[in-house]
Design a protein around this ligand. Structure first.
Ligand code: NDP
Length: 282
């Protein structure tokens, strides 16, 4: 058996096409503000690709570059200005932030109605409560990849418990009626947790740590991890070649979960734009 390869590029491209079609019917251009503090090269690349992807679907992206020595107060003032700006539907503050700025203070300051990264405590609480919410983009992207899978009753393991990926991923799978285990660095026997799972979502950031013989035959494997090896190659958290003959479906790295993240940011921006105008009209 060889696993079906879940083509994240194709699924993300379909999603972006659907978003562009939807935006064309709105009669206005949703606005996305991306705030980048400092000049981390990886963040710059990421922010530029967000800009490009937004423009392609008809979203106006405004990137605000702030110097690395920006104070927390200055960033909070910038966020407050974007909260109040009627042209802006979504606000994303690019992480990581310089040490002098507390991430929690920034997340607390973002208007939850514009929280297109889904990381404010209000969005996280709504997700946990099973209510409509702006969801973190990467786990939401994974749910799109699993759209054809009946998750009800499925035994799922989420490897990683970050606020960005693992925790919201587990909440989304629980809301979709899977039976979810969250594993992390203190889990006693990670291999054993994996072997019992019909669905493995790996988000630990450890190159190829999940071996083929950890995968239950026929399981679905979603690899969120992005790890760069010494020779420059990008690999996931799962030993892909080993898992391929054992899993029933698997995401490659690159080309699996990665492309979904930006597509879901665009999707969240449109969702926020529509919701905000409906609220204003009510
Ligand atoms: P974090 O570093 O915030 O979290 C990693 C999680 O993995 C933690 O919960 C940690 O456990 C757990 N972990 C670390 N080492 C082990 C181990 N040896 N055994 C078991 N659990 C372990 O990372 P993120 O959640 O932000 O990202 C995870 C991965 O996903 C990274 O590779 C990142 O690059 C990638 N990523 C990909 C995205 C995409 O678009 N495809 C988007 C976001 C992230 P503990 O809590 O105990 O420390």
């Amino acid at each position: 058996m060889t696993a079906r390869i879940i083509d994240g590029r194709a699924i993300a491209s379909d999603l972006r096409t659907r978003i562009a079609t939807q935006v064309a019917t709105l009669g206005y251009r949703p606005g996305l503000a991306v705030v980048l503090v400092g000049d981390d090269p990886a963040s710059k690349v990421y922010v530029r690709s967000k800009d490009r992807a937004a423009a392609q679907v008809g979203i106006t992206a405004r990137t605000i570059y702030l110097p690395a020595d920006t104070t927390e107060a200055a960033l909070l003032a910038q966020v407050a200005a974007l909260n109040a700006d009627p042209e802006i539907d979504g606000i994303l503050v690019q992480m990581p932030l310089p040490a002098q700025i507390r991430v929690d203070a920034v997340l607390d300051a973002i208007d939850p109605a514009k929280d297109v990264d889904g990381l404010t405590p209000v969005s996280a609480g709504r997700l946990l409560a099973g209510r409509a919410s702006l969801q973190p983009c990467t786990p939401r992207g994974v749910m799109h990849l699993l759209a054809e899978t009946d998750l009800a009753g499925m035994r799922a393991v989420v490897l990683g418990r970050s606020v960005l990926v693992g925790k919201p991923m587990a909440a989304l799978l629980t809301n979709a009626h899977a039976t979810v285990t969250i594993a992390h660095s203190r889990t006693r026997d990670l291999a054993d947790e994996c072997r019992r799972a019909d669905l493995v979502v790996a988000a630990i950031g450890r190159a190829e740590m999940i071996r083929g013989d950890w995968i239950k035959p026929g399981a679905i494997v979603i690899d969120v991890g992005i790890n760069r090896l010494g020779d420059g190659r990008l690999v996931g958290d799962v030993a892909y070649a080993e898992a391929l003959p054992i899993a029933s479906a698997i995401t490659p790295v690159p080309g699996g979960v990665g492309p979904m993240t930006i597509a879901c940011l665009l999707e969240n921006t449109v969702t926020a734009a529509i919701a905000r105008r409906q609220l204003a009209a009510a």
